[in-house]
Design a binder for this molecule. Structure first.
Ligand code: HEM
Length: 471
């Protein structure tokens, strides 16, 4: 194993097979900060024998974040590609194929019919949650793991929007399985359980060198277990798609959700512009992988971001009071009022709260960019194929860019017209990167804040008591 390279950089000393993985420990951020403090703006570490370069300065980030065909590849997941999931969007590092899928996903997620449908689904599933709590006859309040509930809630929404299927994770969570007796509910729980397991395995797939996954007994056993889970999940998605294809062939009405969007893309039923360009429609396999990608990319990230948001709001009663005030002004006092996109657009303060929370703690603190050409970054020459880590958490919390970045201050994102102090500079606009950057930046970056706003507005109906103990 050879750790020599043309541009030696400071960084922890690697060992064969593990590289520097074994010393990262359970708090990768602390490890990262320690190395950055010691080594400065550019340093390196190794995943197995693969070199990874960390860059912390804004100029390097600007180069790596440019939307350019030169730097569009993300960290490869060879074992996931081996399972056939590399030709969708998230794990796709083939430019032509990625570009075709990305345009399609952008179009699907940006369609106003889709966004309106999403807002309605969120309200309906929230109402179900409220009904379940009522059925459980909860009078004096309910203590529950709010983040876990959010995760279930987001899972039900994402499954519905991407596969048209009802899942019952909220019901199962709130009722502790009592209300989940039907075959349909049991199957849906198996499906969402497999989704959870896939998330759990992602870290393993990303950071365990292929050699270890294939040849070191404990690791090989775990890889096989994860593969069985992927095959189950993938098979379930293919079944859903075949069923829907048949319904559409038999003349079923089109819905505004993602599945129908992918199924009719580039066919005669497609009202979008791509039809004109004579692009081939998607195969069942491609629709399955795209469904997989949008289901998985959106759920966990949004649920985690909402957990952080709730934490900050609970810790800042003055912010909660302002949210209540805005909701009363925009929606009135009737808790059953329908949420519309137009009304959500008027929630300027809540939008600022969402942004500030996304800035302060990032769901994905780093992204990895791989250049297809030689690059000169921070004064060093790097060969093509170098893996660069961009520190978005650092960009969003850099004291040279943000005034008191450690404070939770939604006013910094609220325009003066609405009582805030916002005067966001070009540099801040660039540095605000919770959704990553460049060609591979989050495909859900428009829809995610709308989801967060809707959920937050609805959540205000849950009385956050005893906020001091919220941790
Ligand atoms: C607050 C919620 C979310 C956060 C913080 C978030 C963050 C991110 C980040 C950091 C990336 C990687 C970007 C990069 O490599 O530069 C990403 C990719 C992606 N996200 Fe999100 N995301 C969120 C919600 C969503 C939602 C709701 C969807 C879709 C329904 C979605 C779909 C995607 C997809 C498809 C990709 C892969 C894009 C590509 O490879 O071209 N995300 N997201």
């Amino acid at each position: 194993m050879n750790f020599k390279n043309n541009t030696p950089l400071p960084g922890p000393i690697p060992i064969p097979i593990f590289g520097t993985l074994h010393i990262i420990g359970i708090n990768p951020r602390a490890w990262y900060d320690k190395n950055s403090d010691k080594a400065g703006t550019v340093w390196e570490f190794y995943i197995g024998h693969e070199r990874n370069v960390v860059v912390n300065d804004i100029n390097s980030a600007e180069i790596l974040c440019k939307p350019s065909k030169r730097i569009y590849k993300r960290l490869p997941f060879p074992s996931i590609e081996r399972m056939g999931l590399g030709h969708g969007l998230f794990f796709n590092n083939n430019y032509e194929s990625f570009h075709k899928k990305r345009r399609l996903v952008n179009r699907a997620l940006g369609a106003s019919k889709f966004i309106r449908g999403l807002v309605i689904s969120i309200q309906n599933i929230f109402k179900e949650s409220e009904d379940i709590w009522e059925q459980l006859n909860i009078k004096d309040g309910l203590e529950f793991d709010f983040c876990e509930w959010l995760r279930c809630f987001l899972t039900d929404i994402s499954v519905l929007q991407t596969t048209k299927q009802r899942s019952y994770t909220v019901a199962s969570f709130a009722a502790k399985d009592d209300l989940i007796q039907s075959e349909e509910a049991k199957n849906s729980l198996k499906f969402t359980d497999a989704v959870d397991k896939f998330f759990d395995s992602l870290g393993f797939f990303a950071f365990t060198p292929l050699f270890m996954q294939d040849y070191v007994p404990g690791f090989t056993h775990y890889r096989k277990k994860c593969e069985r889970n992927v095959h189950f999940l993938y098979g379930a998605i293919v079944n859903i798609i075949n069923k829907r294809k048949k319904e559409l062939d038999e003349g079923a009405e089109l819905d505004a959700d993602l599945l129908d969007h992918y199924l009719i893309a580039h066919t005669l039923k497609d009202q979008g512009s791509d039809k004109v360009e004579n692009v081939a429609s998607l195969t069942t396999e491609e629709v399955s992988v795209l469904t997989w990608d949008t289901l998985l990319a959106g759920t966990e990230a949004t649920a985690n971001a909402l957990c952080f948001l709730t934490y900050f709001v609970a810790k800042n009663p003055n912010v909660l009071a302002k949210i209540h005030k805005e909701i009363n002004e925009v929606f009135g006092s009737d808790p059953n009022v329908e949420f519309t996109l137009e009304k959500l657009d008027n929630c300027h303060y809540i939008e600022a709260v969402v942004k500030e929370s996304l800035r302060l703690i990032l769901v994905s603190p780093y992204t990895v960019k791989i250049s297809d050409e030689n690059e000169n970054i921070a004064g060093y020459d790097f060969p093509s194929g170098t893996k660069f880590w961009v520190d978005h958490q650092g960009l969003c919390n850099n004291p040279d860019i943000w005034n008191h970045p450690e404070n939770f201050n939604p006013d910094r994102f609220l325009s003066k017209n609405y009582g805030g102090s916002s005067d966001i500079t070009e540099l801040q606009r660039f540095a605000f990167s919770p959704f990553g950057c460049g060609l591979r930046g989050c495909a859900g970056k428009v829809v995610a804040p709308i989801m967060m706003k809707t959920v937050k507005d609805l959540n205000v109906r849950i009385n956050l008591k005893d906020v001091s103990s919220f941790s």
